[in-house]
Design a protein around this ligand. Sequence first.
Ligand code: RNT
Ligand code: ZN
Length: 421
Amino acid sequence: MANEIIERAYEVAKEQYAALGIDTDKAIEKMKEVVISLHCWQTDDVGGFETPDAELSGGGIQTTGNYPGKAHTMEQMRADLEKVLSLLPGKQRLNLHAIYGDFQGEKVDRDQIEIKHYQSWIDWCKKQGIGMDFNASCFSHPMADSGFTLSSKNEEIRSFWVEHLKRCREISAEIGKQLGTPCVHNTWIPDGAKDTPVDRNGHRVQLKKSLDEAMATDYPKSQMKDAVESKLFGIGAESMTVGSHDFYLGYAIKNNKLICLDNGHFHPTEQVGDKISACLQFVDEVLLHVTRPIRWDSDHVVTLNEDVQLIASEIIRSNYLDRVNIGLDFFDASINRIGAYVTGTRAAQKAFMIALLEPTETLKEYEEEGKNFERLALLEELKTKPFGAVWDYYCLKEGVPVSEAYIAEIQQYEKDVLSKR
Ligand code: RNT
Ligand code: ZN
């Protein structure tokens, strides 16, 4: 598309939104505050670098597909991430799992990791000018094979994971310190039961004890922030999840932690968008794992659907951008992974841009006056306003491929780089 057409379309869109009282330039400016943390694990199907060609195993999460070209080494992963960053407008962060350490061919077990194993990632982030988030990896490990980690009744297993978590938090604090932006550390564990357990309580007592032990050290909020991620069920853990939403919401409120809301982790008709303003009455911040569950927590590539739209709109309507940390959590191994990444991230960004182009004040007025037909009608009409022209112009201004132009760039990258792996 010629720049001139993009600019012309933008001018028309600008006038149309102005008629609704919306300043599109301001919306574009506000997109600076929409910082998305890129989950590194879409580049290699949650494999990690502990052993050559490590694969996701256990933990009730699964990737499906074996599309060629996945990242096998740190260099490949960084090249992929750089490609992704070059195709996205706005600012991002990196979200790294502990299994992606720079282990230099050494076998470093999870209870042995140190800051030195992540220094090259910190340096990489510094070079990119981005912040970094971190995650304990409590899956794909023999110590997780029993189905229980931090909630295990086996003391050897439990203390192994407590040590891992302690170290991950310490590493996170150092990451935040070096990069000058707080590192959000997320704890998710797969613990649960395939069949109806009798001692649910026993495991929850263990989990609380483990979290208390692992989080005993306080770090300044300027360096790291803890998040805890709940889940409804996992494959092989269909009957009970120890770290359920009730459990972690309680833990987060009591201990002033962030609650992580992954929109694949609830009953299918529950809306994470609805939970944001509920949780934020009681916790300072939330972390989001934006994903697309299909029939189960399938972690499909995010698309611009109503679930994601509600999440974005709720944040913008309530002016909560500074209390919500936006992360992604999808991993599709059946298509070009870089393409998956860029499409999914752009979809999340688009949802925020649409939210920023809403005449919220007018809608609120209708609502307060009981004019519910008017509210419904305006919400419907907004769906066909020329949002795409604003999005395209934003991409143009940001110097990234506009609209579908990124497809060709990814095809080229596949030809030049991915297909040679
Ligand atoms: C699993 C959780 C968790 C993981 C990542 C890899 O169901 O969503 O966030 O997907 O930590
Ligand atoms: Zn998640």
